[in-house]
Design a binder for this molecule. Structure first.
Ligand code: PLP
Ligand code: COI
Length: 392
């Protein structure tokens, strides 16, 4: 572990814990050596968790009963860190987040293994991405080691909320918002960072089955030079109108094309997009308009070990559709934390549906899904050191 503080797994803390920050861990030039988290008493077992986990889990509609929260004030830095009961937040109506959208978030998961241990997948990568989003959105960074430590302690506290159901996990949603009051357009000097947790099942109710997506040729999600690579709420708000139209036409999501030429395939609403073309895995490069997905990076990293050649290159919607027609494109799927590996059975474009692999799950999607989820659930050795055990 990069961050040591000598805690126990005692679940009834009601005290302040000191967290040592790894020397050199970036935080806007400030030399934080130690941060403190206040933690309140928690009952040995959570009746709310027991009840919540009896139901079939969807995505994000059940929230665990504790959260982490801390505040930032310019000149003072991060302060008042605490793990406390999940509760509404009271904010001034002129808080800047409501007006100019200074907001960023992350998403990662903790998995319960068959032997009872619980592990998180690459939380350091989410912490690093949060800081990159923060930089783009003029928000303060948080030492990566502290973010990981917070997630670790939260999962330990909320261990009753980590589901045992096949394919289910505890999703963590770190979020930062601008809280300074005032209506002038400028970066806020005050922020709130909080982490909420949700026991989740599959993102798509259909589970690991091919979905239909519609390629969008008029509206765009993001452009190169914009904020597409930052995980900020505005990118998602920008997609809602088109997403609704796609839903109403019977599609599960939108396949976004590039913002300049409406030509190159970029990503889907909540996942990166990959195709298998001539046996090779092809995905869009990181040019600043798509989210640099951690699942995407992990799949590209694993590909050679799975005997798969992978390529990051611009691929046009015409090339994809021609490939489907000619049989050169044999699979398409999305990858992401929430969506894991989601096979795509149909791509619609300009009112025409193109069916891939006979609307079946293809062998590459199956193989990647199995390898990734076997690592995440501790069913196979983790050769990359990606899993961080948080409950032994
Ligand atoms: N693209 C978008 C727009 C997303 O919201 C997500 C989900 O976080 C992804 C891609 C996949 O990213 P990751 O694999 O880090 O979850
Ligand atoms: C995730 O996969 O973590 C995401 O953030 C997707 C979310 C927008 C549903």
């Amino acid at each position: 572990m990069r961050c040591g503080s000598g805690y126990s797994q005692d679940r009834t803390w009601s005290r302040r814990v000191q967290v040592n920050i790894v020397p050199g861990d970036a935080i806007q030039g400030k030399g934080y050596e130690r941060m403190e988290i206040a933690v309140q008493t928690r009952p040995e077992r959570s009746a709310a968790a027991e009840k919540a986990l009896q139901q079939k889990l969807g995505f994000g509609n059940v929230l665990a009963d504790e959260m982490f929260m801390m505040q930032y004030t310019e000149g003072r830095g991060w302060h008042d860190a605490a793990i406390k009961p999940y509760a509404p937040i009271s904010l001034d109506p002129s808080a800047m987040v409501f007006h100019y959208g200074q907001e960023i978030f992350e998403g990662h998961k903790a998995y319960r293994w068959d032997d009872g241990r619980v592990a998180m997948f690459r939380p350091d990568q989410n912490a690093a991405r949060l800081n990159r989003s923060a930089e783009r959105m003029m928000m303060p960074s948080i030492p990566e080691s502290f973010q990981v430590e917070v997630a670790t302690r939260l999962v330990q506290r909320l261990q009753d909320w980590v589901p045992t159901e096949e394919g289910a996990s505890l999703y963590l949603r770190p979020t930062m918002i601008a809280t300074e009051t005032g209506l002038g357009v400028r970066p806020s000097k005050e922020f709130l960072y909080f982490v909420i947790c949700s026991p989740v099942g599959p993102y798509y109710p259909t589970g690991f089955k091919p979905v239909k997506v519609r390629a969008e040729d008029k509206h765009v999600r993001a452009v190169i030079g914009g904020t597409g690579a930052a995980k900020t709420g505005g990118n998602y708000a920008a997609g809602l109108y088109v997403q609704r139209q796609a839903f109403e036409a019977g599609y599960a999501g939108v396949l976004w094309l590039d913002g300049q030429e409406h030509k190159y395939v970029e990503e889907i609403g909540a996942m990166n997009f990959m195709v298998v073309m001539d046996g090779k895995l092809v995905t869009a490069p990181l040019l600043g308009s798509i989210l640099p997905g951690i699942t995407r990076a992990s799949v590209l990293h694993m590909a050679p070990d799975m005997g798969v050649e992978a390529e990051e290159r611009r691929i046009s919607i015409d090339e994809v559709l021609e490939g489907i027609k000619s049989g050169r494109v044999t699979e398409a799927f999305g990858v992401g934390t929430a969506a894991v590996v989601t096979p795509i059975g149909t791509i619609a474009y300009k009112e025409e549906d193109y069916v891939i692999t006979g609307d079946e799950v293809g062998p590459m999607a199956l193989k990647i899904h199995k390898t990734l989820t076997d690592i995440q659930w501790g069913r196979q050795r983790d050769p990359y050191g990606w899993m961080k055990i948080v409950i032994e």
